[in-house]
Structures are given as structure tokens and as C-alpha cells.
Design a protein around this ligand. Structure first.
Ligand code: AMP
Ligand code: ZN
Length: 491
């Protein structure tokens, strides 16, 4: 079946032809690990998980490589570490924050039915690759050193001849307009307002590495260079698909293209650029100040949204009901509708028991192959569900034939749900509950240890973290008089 994907760069939907069908390569920008992921962050994770599953279906599991990075060096991480662990050396505190957040992220997106990517590289483990790209850019005249910073010059890129794309082509902006429209108070180390940071000096105590380009002061990378380095290391100089949310087109992806194409003298960094639309909540932009900011964890494990918790399959189905390029309005009504649909499918699969392994029906694969039309795929699921329950009037006449046709439709529904990663097996599955129980036990153990060390600040912080998950603690004593902590979900 022909897969067609919309490319942000060329602004059209084209047949997708992998550079090497035996090794289809996709890179998606992953989370910056400093706090619980919100439901907007879940959108690219779910959307590109569906694409990953579809590519595996079309090209074979062993022939698809999906890389999603973890950004573990960032000012927001430093701030959080200093705030949460004031007693610890900053680097140790940072490790605690990033490890804990990475675990939370995995637990959350696992519960949403997302497969782990083939590789999940961490930025801090690819500083060598970043330095080497920066050296190439300086040597090629695309970047310069000023006041211990290394800056990329889009003007130098656009002045170069040859295969290079023009800076601004992904975001469809002209560099001249960007320069004209730039603010006047440009940082003193920049020659041009549009120059962006590849490397910067670290402040004392901040994470730092030996600097490239002959700079004596230790420093740290800018954000954009991370993804050029990690995609290069794991996927090569050019690869098939690069994805992320629409907000990343400019400047992040534009700058990734600039860095990678100039360093490797290539025309394209990725053959296809894909971007998901934004998610808003009940018609409003999600923001902390509006009070409608909602994390994946709160949806799964608290009653903060709609007065109840939601299972992973419901959240996933609700996300996929809207085509990935459209904006999505995240509402309680839509979750209730998704929840009913999941229950309907579940009843059908339960009714037909074990079932046979069958091919995913053509209608479902062809909907997904049309630029990931998950909305149309769900319409197909509904049709299969109706056929499984004998609600259509077409088809066989004898009762035995009708039942056999019903069973086939149920098997096809099961196979289709599997391709979409929607697991309707059982309500708030045992696996999900187990993740939360283990998580909660781990946090309670950490709090007990903090209390034993009289680290009241840490112990309060953990209690607050649990409270945010909807978990209330009760401190008591066991039969031998030893302190024990029990928990329950807030009502
Ligand atoms: P961030 O942590 O802000 O870098 O975002 C991580 C990923 O989530 C990126 O791919 C963003 O584009 C995406 N993202 C962030 N907020 C939203 C939102 N409200 N709707 C959809 N995607 C989002
Ligand atoms: Zn990126």
C-alpha cells in the first residue's frame, strides 16, 4: 500500500519512499526532563508512535529505527534542581531531577500504549558529536567564536553556493525579513540579530564540558545542536522522517536543518518533515496561569479533569480522533465519548473471546497510509464493530454464516486496535495499576528515608508530589510500634 505523508518543507502530501527500505529512519524531538509531561506533550508521542507502528507494519519490525531524544541539559532543569535539592551539589541534584522525570515520563507514555523508541539518546551523552559538528561549522565559515560563545550565522549559510537549502525555507520565512524585523537589543556577542547560539560558557557550578573551537572556558551546548548531533550519531547525515510539534518548526527545526546541512554539505536533513498541531483545553490555550494546565499523570491517576480518572486507551483514542495536523480541543465531552467507544470495542472483543490472528483490514491500513488519517481509521473501527455485532443488513443469510462473519469482524477489530496501539483489554489494566503502585511505593520509601535523615523539606516535597498525583498519605505505627505510611487515592 502506498504511504503518503504531508511534508512541512514542501507543503504537500507526497508518496513516501524511504532512502533505504531495509532501514527506515525517523527522529522525533523528545522531552526536556524537568517536570511531569502535560497532555499537549503526549500528542507528538502518541502520533509518532502510530507512525512508528504503521512503518513497522509496512516495512517490517526489524527495518524501522525510531530515535527520540531526552534533553537533559537545560536552564529549566538547573532551576528545578537548585529549588528541589538545595543541599546537594548542583550536578548531583540535576541527575536526580532528570532520572526521576525520565522515569515518570516512561510510566506515563507506557500507560498511553506507546512503544519505546529504538533508541532514546540523552543529550549529555552526545557532547562529543556536538563539538565535532561545531568544529565543522566553524571550519566551513558558517559559525564564529565571540566572547566564549560559538554562533551560527544564517547569513553566511545563505551566502554560500552549492546544494545547501536556504535558511528560512522550512518555516517559509525570508532571512531579510527576519533581519529587518529583529529587535534592537541584540546580545553583544552576536554579529547579526538572527545568529543563534551553538555553544555558550557555563556559569560557575553549572554543568560544563571542554569547549570546541579553541575556547578555553568550559561551556555547554545550545538546544538546537543537540538534535543535529543525536540524529547524526544514530541515523546518519540524512534520514527519512523528522517530527515534532508545530511550535518546533521555528526556530528549532529551521536551526537543526541549518546546522546539519552546513556541517555535512547536504541538501536535506530529513526527506519528510512532520508536525502535529497544538492541543488546547476546553477551547483555551493550556497554561499554568489559566489553571487549565493538565498533566498525563493527573488524567490517569487523579480526578482533576472531569471529576474522574481516565484509562490510557481512552486518552489515546481521544487523541487519535482528530487528525494530527489539526488543532485538537481536549474536552471532558470528547473523553467521555472516547470512553464509551473503548467500552463498546471491549464488549465486542470479550464477546468473541480469544480470536484468530488476521490481517489488519485494507480500509484501516489505507486510512492510516493517507497521511495518518486516524480519524478515518476510527470510522473503520466503528464499522468493524457494527459488523461484529451483526448490526448491518448486508451479508450472509444463515445464522451460522452470520456468526462466523461476526467473529471475523471481531478479529479484524482486534488486529486494527493493535496496529493503532489501543489496548482495550480491561479497564485501568492491571499493568497500569501496577506502575502506579510501584511508583507510589518508591516515593513513600524515599520519603521515609528523608524523614529518617530529618530532611523535612525533602519529605514535604515528596508528600506534595504524591498529593499532585491524587495520593493521600497516612502516617501511623505498626503492631511493633514502628512508623508505617499507608496511602489512598483522594476522593
Ligand atoms: P517541550 O517540552 O515544550 O519542548 O515539548 C515537547 C513536545 O511536545 C514538542 O514536540 C512540542 O511541540 C510538543 N508540545 C508542547 N505543547 C504542546 C501542545 N499544547 N500541543 C501539542 N504539542 C505540544
Ligand atoms: Zn529537536
Amino acid at each position: 500500500m502506498e504511504l503518503r505523508l504531508y511534508d512541512t518543507l514542501t507543503r504537500d502530501k507526497r508518496p513516501f519512499t524511504p532512502i533505504d527500505p531495509a532501514n527506515v529512519r525517523m527522529y522525533v524531538c523528545g522531552p526536556t526532563v524537568y517536570d511531569f509531561a502535560h497532555i499537549g506533550n503526549a500528542r507528538p508521542v502518541i502520533v509518532f508512535d502510530v507512525l512508528f507502528r504503521l512503518l513497522r507494519h509496512l516495512y517490517g519490525e526489524a527495518h524501522v529505527k525510531y530515535v527520540r531524544n531526552i534533553t537533559d541539559v537545560d536552564d529549566k532543569i538547573n532551576d528545578r534542581a537548585a529549588r528541589d535539592y538545595p543541599g546537594l551539589p548542583l550536578n548531583e541534584a540535576i541527575r536526580k531531577v532528570t532520572e526521576q522525570t525520565e522515569r515518570q515520563f516512561h510510566d506515563d507514555v507506557d500507560a498511553l500504549g506507546c512503544l519505546r523508541p529504538t533508541v532514546e539518546p540523552r543529550a549529555t551523552e552526545h557532547i562529543g558529536e556536538m563539538r565535532s559538528i561545531i568544529e565543522k561549522l566553524v571550519a566551513g565559515g558558517f559559525a564564529y567564536v565571540e566572547q566564549d560563545h560559538v554562533l551560527f550565522s544564517p547569513s553566511a549559510m545563505n551566502a554560500a553556493n552549492g546544494v545547501l537549502p536556504r535558511y528560512g525555507s522550512l518555516a517559509n520565512r525570508s532571512l531579510d525579513e527576519m533581519i529587518a524585523g529583529a529587535r534592537v537589543d541584540v546580545a553583544p556577542y552576536k554579529r547579526d540579530a538572527t545568529d543563534f547560539v551553538l555553544w555558550k560558557p557555563s556559569k560557575p557550578g553549572e554543568p560544563s564540558w571542554p569547549s570546541p573551537a579553541g575556547i578555553a572556558t568550559p561551556g555547554r551546548p545550545g538546544w538546537h545542536i543537540e538534535c543535529s548531533a543525536m540524529s547524526w550519531k544514530h541515523l546518519g547525515e540524512t534520514f527519512d522522517i523528522h517530527g515534532g510539534g508545530i511550535d518546533l518548526v521555528f526556530p528549532h527545526h529551521e536551526n537543526e536543518v541549518a546546522q546539519s546541512c552546513c556541517a555535512f554539505h547536504t541538501e536535506r536533513m530529513a526527506q519528510t518533515w512532520m508536525h502535529n498541531g497544538f492541543l488546547q483545553v476546553e477551547g483555551e490555550k493550556m497554561s499554568k496561569s489559566l489553571g487549565n494546565f493538565i498533566t498525563i499523570r493527573e488524567l490517569l491517576a487523579t480526578n482533576k479533569f472531569g471529576g474522574r480518572s481516565w484509562d490510557g486507551a481512552t486518552l489515546r483514542l481521544a487523541m487519535l480522533k482528530t487528525h494530527y495536523r489539526q488543532p485538537i480541543d481536549w474536552t471532558v465531552d470528547a473523553l467521555e465519548e472516547a470512553q464509551k467507544r473503548v467500552a463498546k470495542y471491549r464488549r465486542t472483543l470479550e464477546r468473541f473471546g480469544g480470536g484468530k490472528n488476521v490481517e489488519v483490514p485494507h480500509g484501516v491500513v489505507s486510512a492510516l497510509s493517507d497521511d495518518l488519517n486516524t480519524h478515518a481509521a476510527i470510522t473503520e473501527l466503528d464499522a468493524l464493530n457494527r459488523r461484529a455485532n451483526g448490526v448491518t443488513h448486508e451479508g450472509p443469510t444463515s445464522e451460522a454464516d452470520a456468526l462466523a462473519a461476526n467473529a471475523i469482524a471481531a478479529d479484524e477489530l482486534r488486529a486494527s486496535l493493535r496496529l493503532l496501539g489501543i489496548s482495550v483489554a480491561s479497564e485501568r489494566s492491571g499493568a497500569v495499576n501496577q506502575i502506579f503502585d510501584q511508583n507510589i511505593q518508591r516515593l513513600i520509601a524515599a520519603r521515609t528515608a528523608a524523614r529518617a535523615n530529618k530532611d523535612w523539606k525533602e519529605s514535604d516535597r515528596i508528600r506534595d508530589e504524591l498529593a499532585a498525583m491524587g495520593v493521600v498519605l497516612k502516617d501511623g505505627k505498626d503492631a511493633d510500634g514502628k512508623p508505617v505510611t499507608t496511602w489512598e487515592l483522594a476522593r
